[in-house]
Design a protein around this ligand. Structure first.
Ligand code: FHN
Length: 479
């Protein structure tokens, strides 16, 4: 029989082992990294605060691939239109010769900016150079640019100026992978690869510094084409280059797709800490719950068709409706992210009518309801089947963005303890209070009749501290 003091001793020892092993495990888990993340937690400066309040953005994929528009000699390419150069149905040299056809006579930067502005976008991300290597600016480091096309003129300058004039921030998309550059390699296996890639690294650095110098209004860089082994092996170079760019443009926003750490980990370093200012991994998909975004800033970039970024003549497959895109925007904001909708202008510089129509439908909705999108964040409230909650940053104002209208017209809301509803109303009719019924403690039905059920609508809840109601602290709950 084991006596009581011994039992206690064994228990204490077990506890000690548990604490010691947990502490050891925590320390052991942390790897010393030279080129991992350089910050934990979100950026708090005003530039980043503005970015995270944007809610809705526009993406533009435009380059030589817009000329064939997914079709070569009457044959349809099955992949994404901007990847057509990689199709063995086309000789690479024939694709590269498209530069001599780049003459977008219908290009109108102000029109593009006004389409984005009317849609309700607060910023735009534009391809300065996609994987094919063709530069929309007159780079002095390659001849494969607009300057040597029949168009001759810079495309980026009028775009940056037009969007800036329209009040939208500009982010420059840049593909590290460059199919046109002789030094580009998918991997570095030989001495010759290494020499070639060193030249490519210098070229990449020069182009990035050139872009930041030529377009100082740009607020950030959106990197792509960084997944190949050749680039993943450049932890030190990429880390130093990032530092150089940040020094040149304080406040510059760079996502998690630029560089890998010295162990080749991308997006999140070997200690699982986000690399860069926001998570860039949400491409054509949205997180399902707040747990999926690990407390980080993030954006979701989305195509209108299934997987077409550049212009594709064949507008086929599942093409998203404006309601579907509005719902994606609401979902993104409800989980603390930005939704960035892609447009693929045609080779002549015009934007296809289908995209213009969707942009204007989204814009019609945003004109009435954007209060529930801009400067909003995760509400902390349990999601309900009718749609999505968003919350105004720094305010006790919660929005219910309704996509599914129950027959009863009753919208369930569960609030944290010590929180009460001060006022509830339709965003379109702030003067009329909605009927609120408390069905359980801190659980309510809000009764509302939308003016039209065809479009999502918004109910606003002004919340306040409830007196003398035990339970969780409202301040802590931060709804
Ligand atoms: O390969 C590209 C693709 O063409 C497109 O540019 C998207 C946009 O996020 N990024 C790459 C795929 O991840």
């Amino acid at each position: 029989m084991v006596r009581k003091p011994i039992k206690r001793f064994i228990a204490l020892q077990l506890l000690f082992i548990l604490i010691a092993s947990t502490t050891y495990a925590q320390n052991a888990e942390r790897i010393k990294l030279k080129h991992g993340s350089h910050r934990e937690g979100k950026r708090t400066d005003s530039v980043m605060q503005k970015w995270r309040g944007n809610g809705l953005g526009q993406f533009i994929h435009w380059g030589l691939y817009a000329i064939p528009g997914g079709e070569w000699n009457g044959k349809q390419y099955n992949g994404a239109a901007e990847w057509i150069r990689s199709w063995n149905g086309i000789p690479k040299s024939a694709y590269d010769s498209l530069i001599y056809k780049f003459n977008p006579i219908n290009f109108n930067a102000d029109e593009w900016a006004s389409i984005a502005k009317n849609m309700g976008a607060k910023y735009v991300t534009i391809t300065t150079k996609h994987h094919d290597g063709f530069c929309l600016w007159p780079s002095k480091y390659t001849s494969y640019t607009v300057a040597n096309s029949p168009w001759k003129k810079d495309i980026m300058k009028p775009l940056v100026d037009a969007y800036d004039k329209a009040g939208l921030d500009v982010i420059l998309y840049f593909s590290i992978m460059d199919w046109n550059h002789p030094g580009w390699r998918y991997d570095i296996k030989t001495k010759a690869d290494s020499i070639a890639f060193e030249g490519f690294k210098k070229f990449t650095r020069n182009q990035l510094i050139e872009l930041l110098t030529m377009y100082p209004k740009a607020k950030g860089l959106w990197f792509d084409g960084t997944w190949d082994k050749s680039w993943v092996k450049q932890a030190k170079f990429a880390d130093e280059l990032e530092a150089e760019m940040r020094k040149l443009r304080p406040g510059l926003i760079i996502g998690s797709r630029f560089r890998a750490d010295e162990y080749g980990k991308r997006h999140f370093d070997s200690n699982n800490v986000l690399m860069g200012d926001y998570e860039q991994g949400w491409e054509r998909k949205l997180p399902n719950s707040i747990a999926d975004v690990h407390g980080n800033d993030w954006d979701c970039v989305m195509t209108i068709p299934e997987n077409q970024w550049g212009y594709n003549k064949a507008w086929k497959g599942h093409i998203k409706s404006s309601n579907e895109l509005i719902e994606m925007t609401a979902k993104a904001v409800s989980l603390g992210g930005n939704f960035v909708l892609n447009f693929g202008p045609k080779g002549d510089g015009s934007i296809r009518d289908e995209e213009k129509k969707l942009a204007s439908e989204i814009g019609d909705w945003m004109k009435v309801n954007s209060e529930a999108i801009y400067n909003c964040e995760y509400s902390g409230l349990e999601k309900q089947d009718w749609g999505y909650f968003t919350k105004k940053r720094e305010k006790d104002k919660v929005y219910l963005i309704i996509f599914n209208t129950p027959v009863s017209g009753a919208y369930r809301v569960k609030l944290p303890a010590k929180t009460a509803i001060a006022k509830s109303y339709l965003l379109t009719n702030p003067n009329m209070d909605l009927r609120v019924e408390e069905v359980h403690s801190n659980e309510y039905f809000i009764y509302a009749k939308p003016t039209t059920e065809a479009k999502p609508f918004v109910i606003v809840l002004d919340t306040k501290k409830k007196e003398n109601n035990g339970g969780n602290n409202y301040e802590k709950a931060k709804i």
